[in-house]
Design a protein around this ligand. Structure first.
Ligand code: ATP
Length: 248
């Protein structure tokens, strides 16, 4: 089966530093794939390349859903189904949780009757409730995002990403800054995501990675060090060494 996402020979240099030195990666429909590795391994750079925020150099390619998307920017990739959440939740703090999701849903909202005034907005509002419910935020739907706890803002950002009807969700360190209780909640919510959405997760918390991922790629110094199932990665001497050498 052709993968949903195929990254081939991606290279990114910052001056003399090779942040990515020829990386290959693929994610299949509905798969949960984690990207791990010590600090500075190139994980966020690779997410940036996949999201379209950073261009690969010297011929590397990103294919998504059968097409070469290497030359498309982030907005065009989002329209094709690649959505992302960042290390710091990007929400509109003065808008309520519902309004945040409505804003995110608007570009992909399909009005029941195209000519109906305000139909697109109504369609977006219709989607907001179930998405907030799905991400455990139904009780705080009318609370301004700025008043939500950090973990709830993270959940809200994921609801907003889902509003874009992604086929691939890129999660950059979703557990960062969360308490142990919030991480547990996040794991439950992520595990319950429909398999219609594939997930590519960058995360330092290996407990979360092993709880969620079907497969794992380990990066080190901009190169793929290992790839396999969570069990294979957990017991790999190469991976243990990489984590012993670098602070993960
Ligand atoms: P961490 O786990 O610490 O977030 P990472 O694996 O996500 O690390 P990247 O953030 O992708 O690693 O960075 C890879 C390398 O590229 C690092 O050495 C980093 O300092 C460098 N780097 C990243 N972005 C830039 C930039 N805009 N300019 C210069 N160097 C950069």
């Amino acid at each position: 089966m052709t993968p949903l996402l195929t990254v081939q020979d991606v290279r990114v240099r910052y001056g003399s530093l090779a942040a990515l030195a020829g990386v290959d990666l693929s994610v299949h429909d509905g798969q949960r794939h984690a990207l791990i590795g010590p600090n500075g391994a190139g994980k966020t750079t690779l997410l940036n390349v996949i999201a379209g925020a950073t261009r690969p150099q010297r011929g590397g390619t990103v294919r998504f859903d059968g097409r070469d998307v290497s030359r498309l920017g982030p907005a065009a990739r989002a329209r094709r189904g690649i959505n992302r959440i960042h290390q710091r939740p990007a929400v509109f703090s003065t808008l309520t949780a519902t309004e945040n999701v409505v804003v995110a849903a608007l570009p992909r909202a399909v009005p029941r009757r195209r000519w109906w005034p305000g139909g697109r907005r109504r369609a977006a509002q219709h989607r907001a409730g179930p998405l907030l419910e799905q991400m455990g935020l139904a009780d705080v739907a009318s609370v301004p995002a700025g008043h939500l706890a950090h973990g709830q803002r993270r959940q809200l950002e994921i609801a907003m990403a889902l509003a874009g009807r992604p086929r691939l969700l890129l999660l950059d360190e979703p557990a960062s800054g969360l308490s142990a209780t919030e991480v547990g909640r996040l794991v439950d919510l992520l595990r319950a995501l429909p398999r219609a959405v594939a997930v590519l997760l960058v995360e330092h918390r290996l407990d979360l990675v092993y709880a969620l991922a079907d497969t794992v790629t380990v990066l080190r110094d901009g190169q793929r060090l290992a790839a396999g199932t969570p069990d294979e990665i957990r017991t790999s001497p190469l991976v243990r060494q990489a984590y012993a050498d670098g602070v993960a």
